[in-house]
Design a protein around this ligand. Structure first.
Ligand code: FAD
Ligand code: DLZ
Length: 513
């Protein structure tokens, strides 16, 4: 038998047939390694649905490779010889096959890159780490865009991506005459509008086996396993995308920022789990959405808003992650130190918005953007929760969470922990915003219009306490002029009462970790 020429390593979020690590694969001489390992399942306490998603998708991907005649070493979590770490499993595979070299694709996490970069020395053979081509903007291109800028604003990056991809362009001009239709995308959900059901995928035999494994091994992790219904193959992910474009894209723009009790998905696409593990391609998604507009099936505000999330926000946060790591993860510009309260992990809370956002996170490992930013993120910001604990929570509880996308959104967008490198101001809001954008405040124990009374909403007094705590710094930011002016106009006794309520709440039983 001839010696293995190349050991090709594929990680659980790299499940793409055209992955750079698989380019030039010689089925007669090469071997592909996929590893289920405890270290990756437990470095944060991942939601069971996230572990099921990755392990089941890995098993389906391995089976598809084998069907093409590729030799696959698939290491299962319950294999007694499993060393339960990437480094240990790569070392065992090298001992088994004596490859001439290892080929991998750049991972999505700084921690894993450090690990991978050590393999060459520890294993004593060449390790080639190829760029990840599954993004629209490669890392050198992003670095060139960022060079010399003091602030990295998404909007300017996005326009360059529109020009470079030609998406929604009419010659050199943006389709419809404007780059961004966000102002049209801020409606709340009117009574009587019911979002069409999003497809959910019944687990097949492979997924059922994984659900049983994960329920046994990770039963103590926060989150329900039994409601798992995410696509785990490219075929199902494409069906989910097609249903979104047909049924929900036309109103995606209008209700992009809406929140509604008992409606976890609204008009959102639910594609992030598939996109982030490689079952869908970002360019193909955007081309399909653009086609819906060109065919008159979806309006421009919806299609532009959707494409902006993918070639704008998604590419931008990935570029920033690799530009700013490892320091990015250390930032705590607002010196926030409070521990994460137990209600983030499902303990009872008096705030209905919080219990809706956390409840659907437990049931589906999913919350849409405005819930993540303006409910759980906003609360963490104004209550002064420790960024490291908040990041760990977001990375653990969402099925689509990988460091490269979770960290910038949490550190930069939600917590302002980077001091304004990403966002031009903190995304802090009182209950008025939550009340305007949804119906969570109806039937809540608190009154969204009250800031000092017995039913005062914590988002109100915490908001003003937050502005007061940081007023000196915020006064230097023109985009914070309004709240700082609002603070100065408050009657001193009202501000004092709100700050006393904030202290009482922050030191009270609901905030216990
Ligand atoms: P849609 O609303 O239908 O949007 C379409 C797609 O656009 C998404 O699937 C996603 O790929 C992309 N997208 C939209 N917004 C963003 C964004 N801000 N950054 C990157 N991509 C974006 N997204 C993740 O994929 N993983 C995360 O771990 C993650 N953590 C977040 C943490 C916080 C604090 C915040 C505020 C946002 C986070 N996001 C994250 C972004 C966003 O909330 C999710 O991408 C989105 O909710 C996924 O649901 P969807 O597929 O239905 O998205
Ligand atoms: C998140 C995750 C989990 C839970 N399990 C595995 C695994 O068993 N094997 C694997 O290859 N990848 C897993 N992953 C994804 C890795 O953590 C991921 O590659 C890094 O987070 C880099 O993005």
């Amino acid at each position: 038998m001839s010696k293995t020429a190349a050991l090709r390593v594929v990680l659980g979020d790299q499940l793409t047939p055209g992955l750079s690590a698989l380019e030039g694969l010689d089925p007669a001489r090469d071997r592909v390694l996929l590893m289920e390992v405890m270290a990756e399942c437990t470095y944060v306490p991942h939601h069971p649905q996230k572990i099921i998603l990755i392990l089941s998708a890995m098993r389906h991907f391995a089976r598809a490779l084998e069907a093409r005649g590729v030799a696959v070493d698939y290491i299962r979590l319950d294999d007694p010889a499993n060393t339960q770490s990437f480094a240990g499993e790569v070392a065992r595979a090298v001992a088994r096959h004596r490859p001439e070299r290892i080929i991998a694709t750049h991972p999505g996490e700084w921690r894993v890159l450090q690990d991978m970069e050590a393999w060459e020395k520890t294993l004593g053979l060449p390790v080639e780490i190829r760029p990840d081509h599954r993004f629209v903007c490669d890392l050198p291109r992003f670095r060139a865009w960022a060079k010399g800028r003091k602030q990295y604003r998404m909007e300017f990056f996005y326009r360059e991506m529109r020009r470079e991809t030609g998406l929604l362009m009419e010659g050199d001009e943006p389709a419809g005459g404007a780059w961004n239709y966000d102002a049209e995308n801020r409606a709340s959900l009117p009574a009587g509008v019911t979002p069409p059901a999003a497809p959910r995928f019944a687990p097949d035999e492979i997924t059922r086996d994984v659900i049983a494994l994960v329920s046994t091994r990770f039963g103590t992790h926060f989150g329900a396993a039994e409601s798992f219904a995410w696509p785990v193959t490219a075929r199902d992910a494409e069906a989910a995308l097609a249903a979104f474009i047909r049924d929900r894209l036309p109103r995606f723009g209008d209700y992009q920022d809406a929140m509604a009790a008992g409606q976890p998905f609204l008009f959102h696409s639910l594609i992030s789990t598939s996109l982030n593990i490689g079952l869908l391609d970002p360019r193909a998604i955007c081309i399909a959405a653009e086609q819906a507009w060109r065919d008159g099936l979806a309006p421009l505000n919806a299609v532009e808003g959707f494409i902006r999330q993918i070639i704008g926000w998604r590419e931008y946060v990935r570029g920033l992650y690799w530009l700013l790591m490892p320091g990015f993860a250390e930032g705590n510009a607002l010196s926030a130190k409070r521990p994460l309260p137990a209600f983030y992990w499902g303990a009872e809370t008096s705030m209905r918005c919080m219990s809706q956002a956390v409840g659907q996170t437990r049931d589906h490992a999913y919350a849409h953007h405005i819930q993540r930013l303006m409910i759980t993120g906003n609360f963490a910001l104004i209550a002064g929760l420790d960024p490291a604990e908040v990041n760990r929570w977001y990375l653990a509880v969402y099925a689509d969470a990988f460091d490269w996308v979770e960290l910038p959104n949490t550190q930069g967008m939600a917590l302002y922990a980077d001091g304004g490198v990403m966002a031009s101001k903190p995304y802090a809001a009182s209950a008025a915003y939550i009340n305007r954008m949804g119906d969570y405040c109806r039937g809540c124990a608190h009154d969204a219009k009250d800031a000092v009374g017995p039913r005062a909403c914590p988002f109100n007094f915490l908001y003003w306490d937050f502005i007061a705590r940081h007023a000196e710094d915020f006064a230097r930011n023109p985009r914070m002029a309004m709240p700082v002016m609002g603070l100065r106009k408050l009657k001193p006794e009202k501000l004092a009462a709100m700050r006393a309520k904030a202290r009482e709440f922050l030191d009270g039983p609901e905030m216990r970790g």
